[in-house]
Design a protein around this ligand. Structure first.
Ligand SMILES: Cc1ncc(COP(=O)(O)O)c(C=O)c1O
Length: 393
């Protein structure tokens, strides 16, 4: 008889990610011989730029194979701090490397921040729809995730009034994400400023996930809370290399946070993973400091995303009255499903048309569906035609 496994209270409430459930079903259908178009992906389908690969190999050849400081190599933290200082435009002095912690992907930075800031009895405001992992991260910290439904008239974004309406005396913070996964909506500077003003007035922490910040259409980059907040002593700003530079596998993210918070996050990381992979830190350093080559690579990717986005919207325009969030950033289209049942529509798309998308239930909004255009343009177009075809059925 095998030893019985009873999940500990630490993990008993973790839910399987709905994103993974869809991709597993898609894989099973593929294994059974079906050809599947995957519009479920959350990562750029481009190669990592060659100059970054070369910098990684050069770092390995130069011996970047040992532990670094838990919080990351100094030149990388300095590069992140310099960018944050540029955004602060002289307000409250320069951001220093001591306010930066490099982690194994922005996901770990978000987890470290959530764990360091919140605990039992704390309420944390989560704009909905939002990325699946925020719910679980808040739960792992034994805090209480309070969903704040976004306003359909504003691309499902939240406003200070909506946040206030869900606040309690136990509210300790809010998790923001712009450009938003799953909707592609981008908060304007004014919208971010209004939210950071409210958080400062109410004594809340703001964790701002800006991982899609360089993938925008119309504006060169999305506003950061660092650009607009009157003060930064209640801000934890998270970013990384995964999406902008097609480096998801390198696992490098970082946070900019007050020194005491950064120290707590470093202490936590010192007992879980230690430093992020050393050669990956040098790869990220190349992405952040060789700016002319990096800008060219980002712009080429964004141009291709923009072309797919236009092609997809042109096809979807055949659906009368389609409710589609204005996709100003990231690489997702988020739309309300027929009869307001995103799970049923996603299932039909996969089973009847071989197109994998993610049901909005994964993000707290079951009436909606997310389709990614981080896929070959022909696949995006075929996927959109299938959506139009199945809409009427
Ligand atoms: C909103 C959001 N934040 C963070 C991440 C994690 O990125 P990383 O690869 O840097 O951990 C993702 C990845 O899908 C994401 O969509």
């Amino acid at each position: 008889m095998s030893h019985p496994y009873v999940p500990s209270p630490n993990v008993a409430s973790i839910k399987e990610s709905a994103t993974i459930a869809v991709s597993q079903r898609a894989k099973a259908l593929r294994a059974a011989g079906r050809s599947i178009i995957d519009l479920g992906a959350g990562e750029p389908d481009f190669d990592t730029p060659a100059f970054i690969l070369e910098a990684t190999k050069a770092a390995l050849d130069a011996g970047a194979t040992r532990y670094t400081a838990v919080e990351g190599i100094l030149p990388l933290r300095e590069a992140v701090a310099a960018d944050a200082t540029r955004r602060r435009a002289g307000r409250e002095g320069a951001v220093t490397a001591g306010e930066v912690v490099v982690s194994n992907g922005s996901k770990q930075s978000l987890h470290n921040a959530t764990f360091a800031l919140f605990g039992p009895g704390d309420d944390v405001l989560l704009p909905v729809p939002s990325w699946v992992s925020y719910f679980e991260m808040v739960g792992l910290a034994r805090a209480n995730a309070v969903e704040v439904p976004g306003d359909p008239a504003r691309g499902l974004k939240v406003t200070p009034a909506l946040l206030e309406a869900h606040a309690t005396p136990r509210t300790r913070g809010v998790m923001l994400n712009s450009p938003v996964n799953p909707t592609g909506a981008v908060y304007s500077a004014e919208e971010l400023r209004a939210i950071t003003d409210l958080a400062a007035a109410r004594g809340w922490w703001v964790i701002s996930d800006e991982i899609y910040g360089r993938i925008t259409y119309g504006v060169p980059e999305a506003p950061s809370v660092l650009d607009v907040a009157a003060r930064r002593d209640n801000l934890v700003v998270v970013n990384g290399v995964a999406k902008a530079y097609a480096m998801t596998g390198f696992r490098i993210g970082w946070s900019v946070a007050p020194r005491a918070v950064s120290q707590a996050m470093t202490a936590l990381q010192s007992h879980t993973t230690s430093n992020a992979a050393t050669e990956s830190q040098y790869a990220a350093l190349a992405a952040l400091t060789r700016t002319a080559e990096a800008d060219d690579a980002v712009q080429a990717m964004v141009r291709e995303f923009a072309a797919r986005r236009e092609a997809a919207r042109a096809i979807l325009s055949a659906v009368p009255g389609l409710e589609l969030v204005e996709p100003d950033g990231a690489f997702y289209l988020f739309f309300k499903a027929p009869r307001g049942d995103g799970t049923a529509f996603a299932t039909r798309l996969l089973e009847d048309a071989g197109v994998a998308v993610v049901p909005g239930a994964a993000f707290g909004t079951p009436a909606w569906v997310r389709a990614s255009y981080a896929a070959a343009r022909a696949d995006v177009e075929a996927g959109m035609r299938a959506i139009v075809r199945l809409w009427q059925v």
